[in-house]
Ligand binder design. Sequence first.
Ligand code: SAM
Ligand code: SF4
Length: 327
Amino acid sequence: MLTLHDSFQRQFTYLRLSVTDVCNFKCVYCLPNGYTKSKQEQEPLALNEIKNLVHGFSRLGFTKVRITGGEPTIRKDILDIISTVASIPGIAQVALSTNGYKFDEMAESLQKAGISRINVSMDSLNEERFEKITGKSNLKKIITGIHLALSLQYTAVKINAVLLKDGNSQDVDAFIAFTKNLPITVRFIELMQTGSNLSLFRRSHVSADFIKTKLIAAGWQILPREISAGPAIEFSHSDYQGRIGIIAPYSKDFCSTCNRLRITSQGGLKLCLFGDQNYDLRSMLQREEQLPELINRIQSLITYKTSSHSLHDGKYGNTSHFAIIGG
Ligand code: SAM
Ligand code: SF4
């Protein structure tokens, strides 16, 4: 079987696939004014293109696909997309990132279609702060969805909270308490700079080090990193059923274990979340017979992957916001 490695001996097995740029939330760090269609925007990849794409990656040894967006549950054919991806030989895990808006209504059908792991973005446990950050007032509905996922025994249920200095730092203790009796992982994500959030970034970026210090002082232990794990450092505590994770892209060595590639909703390959190129794959997704051409193209593009992002030099790539690429 083929495998995909870059020039730094990193193997890639995890594909993050954005299926739409559209979102119904207005997160301050992502789409503060809501989604607006840009002039150059084409239709998102169709089901057949997605099938051919994932087929190509599975031939290269990819085993995990995360469906993301924008908000993926907005797409009318999302269940067909998921069941198609889940049925591709070699794909062992299909995960979903969602803002949770419709998750309580869709939890069962998403699971039946093939989703085994979900990440729900939830930046605060306080109604008022949640609304201030996301522009939505449906925190209770999202929490209901999280409980439902647990009762349906999804393999992994994770909450992502983007840390904002004056926006939700006061929620950290409540989030830690939330993991006491629930087998969930709450992951604090450091705010990342994009093309459109510079002033917010300057005002609100805060390092997650204070959470690390807090956890260690309270007896939480850093877990050894699993081979297929993401970039989070995870902590556990014998008195807590859940875990806490920290995603700190500005920390040293963040990129050394990179195992993922990203696809935009229009079929652009992004070698790094902070890269400044999207390499077109769409023209190779039109017919099944193009599979060898697609595989060749991915194999040659991977050689351009750099050892690390250049965030420390203020270079955050060509992405104006993460709704384009799925985070
Ligand atoms: N709409 C879905 C959601 O919110 O989960 C999926 C797409 S969203 C772009 C994926 C993840 O990226 C979310 O957890 C979101 O909080 C995170 N994100 C978006 N912009 C970010 C930024 N500037 N810095 C850090 N995380 C960000
Ligand atoms: Fe939408 Fe997710 Fe961006 Fe929030 S983070 S605006 S939910 S795409």
